[in-house]
Design a protein around this ligand. Structure first.
Ligand code: ATP
Length: 561
């Protein structure tokens, strides 16, 4: 699928617009148009419904270690600045950045690859490694750089240019190997002058990598000084941790339980790109799932598999989806395991969602920075075991274990956290990419968005075949009936084929047409978006028929013409 075609359809049909377009746009910010806002809301609602409302606190769901509870929060975007010190974002949430003095472009140094190019057959000399840095070998005549999410992406971008420099054809160049590729970040400073920046004409125009904070800063109140400094949240998770005590104390939830939040996050990304994939303002759908440390690995597996299946169930084909477990050396020091759910976007395989086993790191950090007790007392377990242990009170038990690292264990502890963290914009973009289809119907080419019915912005469109013989009035009545249940659309203008085609592009699963047969037997024509099959339904049963189809009832065979 060609990304440019999707972007142009999204603009033309009102799914996504560049933010502030009448002023030339602003890089990394996007607006959802009339169809886009419905699509994204459906994605978020489905996520909330399936993860928060559909949990089971009575019986274990298939694959779950036990029953569990879920609840929600909606926290403020600006929080106390100490939150971001505790979370490690102040000071730690940086990306290394490189500027090009010639092209004025800015790049993320950890995505800027350098390739050796030689017109001779390149002897695969290894880089000389000095400490953590690498010295460029002398075998290459040119060292050219390109940006990419992976070595191969970057290589594709630089290939035509490299071929020109080596005076050869692109397909005669050797594919990059670890011996011929290095990250700009890892090159010894004295070698940086030899590197030709992406699109630059002279080598040596790239600056030294500099740390760049991804946090948007602002000031709270009238004074603009250090005392009023605050940040726009770069993730929704910390609002959940900061409210852990409040939720436990007020909502009677018992471990294991999760708290979910959907909301905006902000990151001053160095190179926003790939449409909405990497934006500076975006929405996250996050769960912090709190559990007993002894059960955390089982819960990690449950969430990792459950979240992967959610995308499959909503139409992302499994050959385009990948569940990538992080290697031990990729893990943060506190994380026991992390997996990314990745999707093969037209611009490369990229992360949709991360599921992380975060141990007790976040709550312990907030406990340390706030001075508040964020431990959990498992009263049920204590009541069950205390007689057998021979203690009459928990205090006594604590006393007997004085000096131990975790005296309250296994009854009182800082819960472990499993965090499934998804992006609403990235999920929406993946569903758009998957839905985009070009096919031919009755000899005519069409573009159709084959959304899962749950996500379709408009569920059904109602058409009078012609604007006479009472058809518009009958169609209007059906439209108004449907409208109280679903988001539907009424269109009486133009040829019926064109009206169908417009709804195909909007991803509307069903068309309902009032035609001359309606006037005689009271039935209307239903048309299925994907197969274009048509069949008849009594007008009085239209609402139920749409509901059944949206619920997954198979599309009937076409009526004989
Ligand atoms: P990346 O490596 O792509 O920058 P990340 O690993 O930093 O992502 P997390 O901090 O784990 O991302 O955020 C969780 C989720 O939030 C991501 O899986 C993604 O869906 C979404 N997300 C993160 N950054 C952005 C962004 N700049 N634009 C859109 N969505 C984002």
């Amino acid at each position: 699928m060609d990304m440019d075609k999707l972007v142009s359809l999204c603009k033309r049909r009102g799914f996504i617009f560049p933010s502030s377009e009448i002023y030339g746009g602003i890089n990394g910010f996007w607006d959802y148009g009339p169809l886009g806002v419905e699509l994204k809301r459906n994605v978020k609602d489905a996520w909330w419904n399936d993860n928060v409302k559909l949990h089971n606190d009575v019986r274990a769901l298939p694959g779950a270690p036990s029953a569990y509870e879920m609840t929600g929060l909606d926290c403020s975007i600006i929080m106390h600045p100490r939150v971001w010190e505790a979370s490690g974002h102040v000071g730690g949430f940086n990306d290394p950045m490189v500027d090009c003095k010639e092209t004025q472009q800015r790049y993320r140094a950890d995505q800027l690859y350098v390739f050796g190019v030689s017109s001779k057959n390149s002897p695969a000399t290894e880089f000389r490694v000095e400490g953590n840095l690498r010295r460029l070998g002398d075998w290459a005549e040119h060292w050219v750089s390109a940006v990419g999410a992976s070595v191969l992406d970057a290589w594709e971008a630089v290939k035509p240019r490299a071929a020109k420099l080596a005076k050869t054809k692109p397909d005669r160049l050797e594919a990059p190997t670890p011996a011929t590729t290095v990250l700009y970040l890892d090159i010894a400073p004295e070698d940086r002058a030899r590197v030709l920046g992406p699109n630059a004409t002279e080598p040596g125009t790239l600056t030294e990598p500099r740390q760049f904070s991804l946090m948007f800063k602002t000031n709270v109140g009238a004074l603009e000084d250090a005392s009023s400094l605050a940040y726009l949240r770069p993730e929704t998770a910390q609002g959940i941790f900061a409210n852990f005590r409040n939720v436990v104390d007020t909502s009677r939830v018992k471990l294991p339980f999760g708290i979910a939040q959907v909301g905006k996050s902000f990151r001053n990304e160095i190179t926003p790109r790939n449409y909405t994939f990497r934006s500076r303002e975006f929405e996250q759908m996050e769960i912090e799932f709190f559990c007993h440390p002894d059960e955390s690995e089982a819960w990690y597996k449950f969430w990792r598999d459950r979240r992967f299946q959610w995308y499959v169930a909503h139409g992302l084909k499994s050959d385009k989806l990948r569940l990538r477990d992080h290697d031990p050396d990729e893990l943060a020091f506190y994380s026991k395991a992390t997996a990314d759910i990745e999707y093969a976007f037209p611009f490369g395989v990229s992360e949709l969602e991360g599921i992380a086993h975060r141990s007790d790191y976040d709550l312990s950090q907030h406990q340390k920075f706030s001075g508040k007790d964020l431990s959990y007392l498992d009263e049920e377990r204590w009541e069950r075991d205390k007689a057998g242990l021979g203690f009459s009170s928990f205090k006594e038990y604590l006393k007997s274990r004085e000096g131990q690292e975790r005296p309250g264990y296994p009854y009182q502890f800082v819960p472990h956290v499993i965090e499934p963290s998804a992006g609403a914009d990235r999920a929406t973009l993946a569903f758009l990419c998957e839905a985009y289809t070009e096919d031919t119907v009755g000899g005519e080419a069409r573009t159709v968005l084959k959304f899962h019915p749950r996500f379709a912005p408009i569920k059904a469109a109602v058409f009078p075949l012609v604007k006479r013989d009472g058809m518009p009035e009958l169609a209007e009545k059906i439209y108004l009936d449907l409208k109280t249940h679903f988001n539907v659309f009424f269109d009486e203008k133009g040829a019926i084929g064109r009206r169908y085609r417009r709804q195909d592009e909007a991803g509307t699963p069903f068309g309902i047409t009032v035609d001359s047969q309606t006037l005689t037997d009271g039935t209307v024509t239903f048309r299925d978006r994907d197969s274009c099959r048509q069949w008849r339904v009594p007008s009085a049963g239209v609402v139920q028929a749409v509901r059944d189809l949206l619920d997954g009832q198979p599309v009937p065979a076409a009526d004989p013409a």
